[in-house]
Design a protein around this ligand. Structure first.
Ligand SMILES: Cc1ncc(COP(=O)(O)O)c(C=O)c1O
Length: 474
């Protein structure tokens, strides 16, 4: 039999905090009848967000074309949806049960290119787009392709989304962490980036790329155009590719903070030397179709022979799943004004985004009212990275980095576990994302229904007061 000690050490070492031991404990509690509020993962439809009618009606027709005639004659669905289903099936006659070309259905890739052009006012080429099973697979493809040896590494933010650290462990690359600036709305700071890359080079690491998540997970920050321009110049100076994780581009709740894509800023500055991989997904935004596993990578400033290798890599898994490809199509090609389904689509979209904005504010302002806790009220994405204070503890100043990290992980994990046991609220310890030495955080989503968020803030307050009081008298 295969035993645990004969498994790949890289797999054994990989850690993915958002589905780690605290979540396992939450599931156990739930099986025993406890109510758990899952704030650990950005999975909107698991927390009562309803799917968009447009997307589900259209998918149902392409999945089961026998419905088409009834949908039309009995007027089950709006006429534009029936028309669109027929167009999709005409462009891919075998339907969802057949593989597509490796990079994905050509008409979907064209729709993605049109979406980018419309969003950014720049040309985009369908030949530079690969459809993926969610953004996760796109990220893993980039890491796989760029790592040549264990000495190659990627710059990743601290705090980061653990897909990056886990994938680097899995594929055998080095992690070059750079801190985000909590005191300045979690933007990137050039001097921090420079210090981090210089340290990495001194340790013999060859930096290959810099990962930027905008809007941020877990920070909820939205980067300014200036900040993005700085990152592009930094990447050019140091010969890095940019991995722009833009899966939260629709999740911006402050009208004064537009979404700036890396592609747009690069095009505007005429940058032609820095390779850009930008990622998007159907999991987030107002679609929240996490289970459908759809997304894409757009490549810029990339030689044809390199792109061909990415297509080959994708061909090793044949292609992304077809329903996910079509969900991506529906994300980038929504109903148009004048079509019957348009009004319903817009009202569902606005209701979801409006609700998320209200919940971000209720959560953020509520937490800032708790003594010993603070948070940058999220402007984007679906998360708040909450800082909290813990009294007492050992003097960490003289500990070695690994020892201190393990000690701090023990403390923030104990806090989150106690929070779960006492209140049923499931959040992820900050150590799972990375945090500045000496600070403690947890990440929570603001996805639960509005009434639950209000209750959640009240429970957090009672818990935090009790926990820190008990620690100080212990
Ligand atoms: C920053 C970021 N990138 C990528 C992903 C993965 O998304 P997908 O479901 O498209 O694989 C997530 C999921 O939470 C995320 O937060």
């Amino acid at each position: 039999m295969i035993t645990i000690d004969t498994l790949s050490p890289r797999l054994l070492d990989a850690r993915y905090a958002v589905r780690g031991p605290i979540v396992n404990r939450a599931q156990q509690l739930e099986e025993r009848g406890r109510t758990v509020i899952y704030c650990n993962i950005g999975n909107p439809q698991a927390l009562q967000q309803r799917p968009l009618t447009y997307l589900r009606q259209l998918l149902s027709l392409v999945e089961y074309p026998e419905l088409l005639r009834r949908a039309e004659t009995e007027r089950l669905y709006p006429a534009d949806i029936v028309r669109r289903a027929r167009t999709i099936l005409a462009q891919h006659p075998p339907g969802t049960g057949a593989y597509s070309q490796s990079p994905g259905l050509p008409f979907v890739r064209q729709a993605v290119a049109d979406f980018i052009t419309k969003r950014d006012g720049i040309p985009a080429d369908k030949g530079h787009i690969i459809l993926t099973d969610g953004a996760s697979k796109g990220v893993q493809a980039v890491i796989t392709a760029l790592l040549r040896s264990p000495a190659d590494g990627f710059m990743i933010p601290i705090p980061q989304y653990p897909l990056y650290s886990a994938s680097l462990t899995l594929y055998g690359g080095a992690r070059i962490g750079y801190f985000l600036d909590e005191d300045h709305g979690w933007q990137l700071d050039e001097s921090i980036l420079t210090r981090s890359i210089q340290d990495a080079k001194k340790r013999g690491i060859n930096p290959r790329g810099v990962v930027v998540i905008n809007p941020g997970n877990p920070t909820g920050a939205v980067l300014s155009a200036e900040n993005i321009g700085m990152i592009i110049r930094f990447a050019k100076t140091h010969g890095l590719a940019i991995i722009a994780d833009e899966v939260y581009q629709e999740n911006i709740y402050d009208q004064h903070l537009p979404f700036w894509s890396f592609a747009k800023i690069m095009a505007e500055t005429g940058e032609r030397d820095v390779t850009l991989f930008s990622l998007h997904s159907v999991s987030k935004g107002f679609l929240g179709e996490c289970g459908h596993r759809g997304g894409y990578v757009e490549f810029r400033n990339i030689p044809d022979d390199v792109l061909a290798q990415f297509v080959k890599l994708q061909s090793i898994s044949l292609c992304a799943n077809l329903v996910g490809q079509l969900a991506t199509y529906m994300m980038v090609a929504p109903p148009q004004q004048g079509e019957e389904s348009y009004a319903g689509y817009i009202s569902e979209k606005e209701a979801i985004l409006h609700d998320l904005k209200a919940k971000a504010e209720i959560l953020g302002n509520g937490i800032n009212g708790i003594k010993g806790m603070s948070v940058t009220v999220p402007h984007g994405a679906m998360y708040a990275f909450v800082r909290f204070e813990l009294p007492g503890g050992k003097d960490v100043a003289h500990m070695r980095a690994a020892e201190r990290e393990a000690y701090e992980e023990e403390r923030d994990s104990a806090y989150c576990l106690a929070l779960l046991e006492e209140t049923g609220i499931c959040v992820v310890p900050g150590s799972g994302f990375g945090q500045k030495p000496g600070t403690f955080h947890f990440r929570t989503t603001f996805l639960p229904p509005r009434a639950e968020i209000e209750g959640l803030v009240a429970k957090l307050k009672t818990f935090h007061e009790r926990y820190t009081h008990d620690m100080s008298v212990a």
